[in-house]
Design a protein around this ligand. Structure first.
Ligand code: PEP
Ligand code: MN
Length: 413
């Protein structure tokens, strides 16, 4: 069960409508719970906050500014928060700015802020994750990737597809993959230069040489680069080459890495750990936002279950669940999510149908010769077909892919 949405305090018409819809939905599907009457006294499980032992105990607060609040008013609130020894997180919205607070060890007094000019309301945040929550920011986050004039946006109407091999193995392999995925309509190229492998004897990636090949791929094919950083030290090097820093499933709770990418200027693709709950997943994202990097794209990549027909079980229901709780975009990885080539396309179609903001797909020019994850890598022809199919499904939902956009541009020439 969920608490009264604090988003209902936001004023834009759309925000209000969303919030009302959510309330109506809840009323029709859930038994009446008197705890809902008191909006900030329950956490998202419906327990009272004193039972939950989190949320209110950590006592985060959201300062909602009036629509007419000035820059000076916002600055003054931030200064007050800093003077108390905490960290302000101003989040401009369509109608008004909200300011999240982190770093406070205990509950805060709303009156402390409500007396400041330009403040509409100070609201205790009930969820353990704060900055990633829709309580703090109701509007979907749009994450820009790549150069200003030629980049793409995650979280908007256009779906983004990231494609390429599991690992960069050679210049020839990377170029062959890049040429085909670019032609099929992908704008982002994936490929690990540093591979977190289960066995220390397996191929660990080409390291810096792999990153240099990725830089050539960017130059030659105009593709943006998504590549994995595996520890805080290695992040210094990877962020020089990557347009998006990937944090892998095995590192979802590598807290020093999360803090490090939280201080990076690059957007982060955060994969869900293979046994992580939704709350743990969102808390991992919270680490990154708490350090000041709000550009986080979530990725569902499958959990380990008893299923033996797949490598992992792609949890597609987490996509609408994330959308409900968080403003961050979420994409799906049907390659690791199934581990079997023949299941990648069907699950890619399904992921788009349930509302994923994009896909990350492994594609190899010669999967049978791949040094990692060949059995789940698509042949380039299969990827091309997948792009056509997911574009068609996206169309049903009023969404597009770069494929649609390019096809339209070609038609109009
Ligand atoms: C990968 O993307 O190649 C990878 C290692 O993924 P995950 O972290 O999801 O296993
Ligand atoms: Mn892989």
């Amino acid at each position: 069960m969920e608490p009264e949405s604090l988003a209902s305090t936001l004023t834009s018409e759309e925000e209000r409508t969303n919030s009302v819809n959510r309330k109506d939905e809840r009323r029709s599907t859930q038994p009446a719970n008197p705890a809902f009457a008191s909006r900030a006294r329950v956490d998202y499980t419906g327990r009272s906050l004193s039972e939950a032992g989190n949320g209110q105990k950590e006592g985060s607060m959201l300062i909602v500014m009036k629509p007419q609040a000035t820059e000076e008013d916002i600055r003054r609130v931030c200064q007050r928060i800093e003077a108390l020894g905490y960290r302000p997180h101003p989040m401009p919205g369509a109608q008004r700015t909200a300011i999240g607070i982190t770093g406070n060890p205990g509950p805060l007094e709303p009156e402390e802020f409500e007396c400041l000019p330009g403040v509409a309301e100070a609201i205790p945040v009930s969820k353990p994750y704060k900055l990633v929550s829709r309580e703090v920011k109701n509007e979907d986050s749009l994450i820009r990737v790549g150069p200003e004039e030629a980049g793409v946006t995650f979280g908007g109407q256009e779906l983004q597809v990231i494609a390429g091999p599991c690992a960069i193995e050679s210049r020839e392999q990377a170029f062959a993959a890049a040429e085909r995925v670019r032609r099929a309509g992908a704008r982002l190229f994936r490929g690990g230069a540093f591979k977190p492998r289960t066995s220390p004897y397996s191929f660990q990636g080409l390291g810096k040489e792999g990153l240099e090949i990725l830089a050539e791929v960017r130059r030659e094919f105009g593709l943006m680069i998504v590549t994995e950083t595996i520890d805080p030290e290695n992040c210094d090097l990877v962020e020089e080459f990557a347009d998006v820093l990937q944090v892998g499933a095995r590192n979802m709770q590598n807290f020093s890495l999360l803090k490090r990418v939280g201080r990076s200027k690059r957007p982060v693709l955060l994969k869900r750990g293979m046994s992580a709950t939704l709350e743990e997943f969102l808390m991992a994202a919270e680490y990154i936002l708490a350090e000041g990097n709000y550009n986080v794209i979530l990725c569902e990549r499958g959990s380990r279950t008893f299923a033996d027909h797949t490598r992992n079980t792609l949890d597609l229901s987490v996509i609408p669940a994330v959308k409900r709780l968080s403003h961050l975009p979420i994409i799906a990885d049907p390659s690791h999510g199934t581990g079997k080539r023949d299941k990648v396309t069907p699950l890619a179609r399904a992921a788009v149908a349930v509302g994923a903001d994009g896909l990350i797909v492994e594609v190899h020019p010669e999967p049978e010769r791949a040094l990692s994850d060949g059995y789940q890598s698509l042949y380039p022809d299969q990827f091309e077909a997948l792009m056509g199919e997911v574009t068609a499904i996206a169309g049903v939902l009023g969404r597009t892919t770069a494929h649609t956009t390019e096809a339209r541009a070609e038609l109009s020439h």
